[in-house]
Design a protein around this ligand. Structure first.
Ligand code: PXG
Length: 465
């Protein structure tokens, strides 16, 4: 096997990167001053950088490399498909074998009557499709006034104009004229940060009932759909109280509004079931998928749509689609990824063996003096950093200061563990073994120790008033 490595010294690559590459969600000047870490190859759950460091990828790339790195079967399928049919469109009364096979496979895997797939190149594009689809659905139903979509603050649904509007990230809404009209937000079910003195289950119900209040405020005849991630990912792995989703489902059913489950992170085994909707007991009308659909080996996303919605949509010409909707190479790669997930029983192994093991180990981090809570479902976990455990206090410093210190320690200790504000998050490849979990926890503990020392040394171990 030929191994492709960097041909240039790291500093030269960093200089070229700084000169010509604009990074997402990044201050370019600050990054240029520091220099990027350049990843050159990966195998299993381990990344290698241009300096030869072996880094445990606790984030599965970007929540997506579910089957792990280095599965040559996917490379072979991609090469074969590129030789046979690298591209053809699905617009003008044509189709091709990979898109047909993948659609049938997704209909088989998705719960309930979610039997129809509209493809996109990414999760953002798929959520843009969803905005237009649910509004078109209601127009077709003779209720064109139903065009409002309700989402949550601190949700992440993508970065385009539509999907960024669905998301509830204030930093994103501050740039570029977001949100687009008729998108409304309610509060997130984040008990640890926002629950105050309430019992978590009562808090979950209260947050879900904000949906009902919002529908009543806006007028039930105006509301098309509600969208939510079964477990918020980019917002900090926020696992809602058990009371939350059943109440959301009840309210959607009561008002007949469509429920969109954004499964971009939760889908394909992340929560220990094939879909997060199954873990949370939701019956969505549309599921957004991307990331784990191809384990990130090729860009692909989509909307998996129920019989009820498809029946109405199929009765009109939906003036929507992307050049790469149902791209043959991406579809072939996704299909091979799903074959591996299924045949190697990776989701079952997560549910029965590795997720329970990770849960025990992850929860042991709560004994660390810097950790206020740990939360985990399947292979996605988070922990809150706090200057004062008993009161769940936030730090007095700018939010994210402590989190960034901890993240930097993780990086230095060859562990990719991200921070969202002062929460640390993990989402490792689903194939992570028990011994690799031990290594992850060992590096996390060491990084927490070093972060605690630095936070104390810098006088930051102070609670916000
Ligand atoms: N929905 C959800 C739930 C996501 O997590 C998207 C949609 C958009 O998918 P695309 O493929 O357009 O990126 C996402 C993406 C982070 C981070 O910092 C998370 C995502 C993307 C980039 C960064 O955690 N999630």
């Amino acid at each position: 096997m030929t191994i492709i490595t960097n041909h240039m010294p790291t500093a030269e690559l960093q200089a070229l990167d700084a000169a010509h590459h604009m990074h997402p969600f990044t201050n370019g000047n600050q990054l240029a001053a520091k220099g990027t870490r350049i990843i050159t190859r990966a195998q299993g759950v381990m990344l290698t950088d241009s300096k030869g460091n072996e880094i445990l990828d606790g984030m599965g790339g970007l929540w997506c490399v579910n089957i792990g790195y280095g599965r040559s079967e996917l490379a072979e399928v991609a090469a074969r498909q590129m030789r046979e049919l690298p591209f053809y469109n699905t617009f003008f009364q044509t189709s091709h074998v990979p898109v047909i096979a993948l659609s049938a496979k997704l209909a088989e895997l998705a719960p309930g009557d979610l039997n129809h797939v509209f493809y996109a190149g990414s999760g953002s594009e798929a959520n843009d499709t969803n905005i237009r689809m649910v509004r078109t659905y209601w127009a077709q139903m003779g209720e064109p006034a139903r065009n409002i979509i309700i989402s949550r603050r601190n949700a992440y649904h993508g970065s385009s104009m539509g999907s960024g509007s669905l998301g509830g990230m204030s930093g994103m809404h501050a740039q570029g004229g977001l949100p687009i009209p008729d998108i409304h937000h309610i509060d997130q079910p984040h008990w640890y940060a926002e629950g105050g003195d309430m019992d978590p289950e009562a808090f979950g119900l209260a947050r879900a009932r904000q949906l009902e209040e919002k529908i009543e405020e806006l007028g039930p005849h105006r509301v098309a759909a509600f969208i939510g991630e079964p477990v918020q990912g980019a917002g900090g792995v926020i696992i809602p109280p058990d009371s939350y989703w059943p109440e959301i489902q009840r309210i959607c059913d009561k008002y007949g509004i469509l429920l969109i489950a954004d499964e971009v992170i939760c889908g394909f085994g992340r929560t220990g079931n094939w879909f997060g909707s199954q873990t949370m007991g939701i019956r969505p009308d549309i599921m957004t998928v991307a990331k784990g659909l191809s384990s990130g080996y090729a860009p692909i996303g989509g909307s998996i749509v129920s019989d009820r919605v498809a029946e109405v949509m199929n009765d009109c010409e939906f003036n929507h689609g992307y050049t790469y909707s149902g791209h043959p190479v991406s579809c072939a790669v996704a299909l091979e990824n799903l074959r591996i997930l299924q045949e190697e029983k990776i989701v079952e192994r997560v549910a029965q063996e590795t997720a329970p093991y990770l849960k025990r180990k992850w929860e042991s981090l709560c004994e660390h003096p810097l950790v206020g809570e740990t939360r985990i479902v399947g292979m996605m976990g988070s922990l809150a950093l706090t200057p004062h455990k008993a009161s769940r206090a936030k730090f007095a410093s700018e939010p994210g200061t402590a989190g960034y210190i901890c993240r930097e320690r993780c990086f230095a200790n060859n562990l990719v563990m991200r921070h969202v504000g002062d929460r640390m998050i993990i989402s490792p490849p689903l194939v992570i073994s028990k011994s690799e979990i031990d290594l992850l926890i060992e590096r996390a503990w060491m990084s927490l120790d070093q972060a605690e020392k630095q936070i104390r040394d810098e006088g930051l171990m102070k609670a916000a008033m």
